[in-house]
Design a protein around this ligand. Structure first.
Ligand SMILES: C[S@@+](CC[C@H](N)C(=O)[O-])C[C@H]1O[C@@H](n2cnc3c(N)ncnc32)[C@H](O)[C@@H]1O
Length: 190
């Protein structure tokens, strides 16, 4: 979309689009940790728990929650390393929605990620959305195979490469991105 500016006849609105794109790139580079969770809060989620195994990432999550001070009272930030199942016991409550982006990249820790999903999805009304940039198809396939084998989880996979924002394309040359929608299996199908 490009409209000529009615005031400066030579300029066009495409400059606004370029500036917006640049601002989005800055935001995308700096505000990653917690961004999708905080976006859910902006869309009306009542409470949010941000987790990671990395303390630096957790500090950035805290900062991002503080900057968005409108939500900060309802945002908790907590250490959760999938390699230590006992840390799951510290998850304070059952959450309706679990989201995770770009978590499927190391085949060695995928079984732990599956265990975490099995532990957190305790009710068939809960749902998990896990997006994955497919860098190596073997790694993504390992995730799918373990989901298929799980006695507790059901799932479906969508290809969302086409709806990846343009700002990400400019960094990663249109990656293949998959969305897995995961839920606890109905009791009679276990
Ligand atoms: C590729 S980054 C993705 C970060 C962010 N979700 C995003 O989409 O920009 C993978 C994240 O998984 C976290 N991670 C890796 N191993 C983990 C583990 N054992 N337990 C919990 N988080 C882990 C890393 O600390 C990192 O923040």
């Amino acid at each position: 979309m490009e409209q000529r500016c009615p005031i400066c006849s030579g300029g066009t609105y495409s400059e606004h689009i370029r500036l917006t794109d640049w601002l989005c790139q800055q935001f995308w580079q700096r505000a990653g940790p917690g961004l999708s969770g905080l976006t859910c809060m902006a869309f009306g989620a009542e409470k949010l728990l941000l987790t990671d195994a990395n303390l630096e990432v957790l500090n950035l999550c805290k900062e991002n929650a503080k900057i968005n001070s409108k939500f900060s009272n309802d945002v908790k930030v907590q250490l959760l390393d999938w390699l230590y199942p006992d840390q799951l016991q510290a998850v304070p409550e059952v959450y309706d929605v679990i989201i995770g982006s770009d978590l499927v990249y190391d085949p060695d820790i995928i079984p732990n990620l599956i265990n975490v999903l099995e532990s957190l999805l305790t009710d068939t009304k809960q749902i998990a959305y896990i997006t994955s940039t497919v860098r190596k198809s073997e790694t993504f396939n390992t995730f799918i195979e373990l989901l298929e084998k799980s006695p507790f989880l059901s799932f479906s996979t969508m290809d969302i490469s086409e709806i990846t924002p343009t700002v990400v394309h400019s960094f990663e040359q249109r990656p293949v991105v998959k969305l897995n929608i995961i839920a606890k299996k109905e009791l009679d199908s276990v």
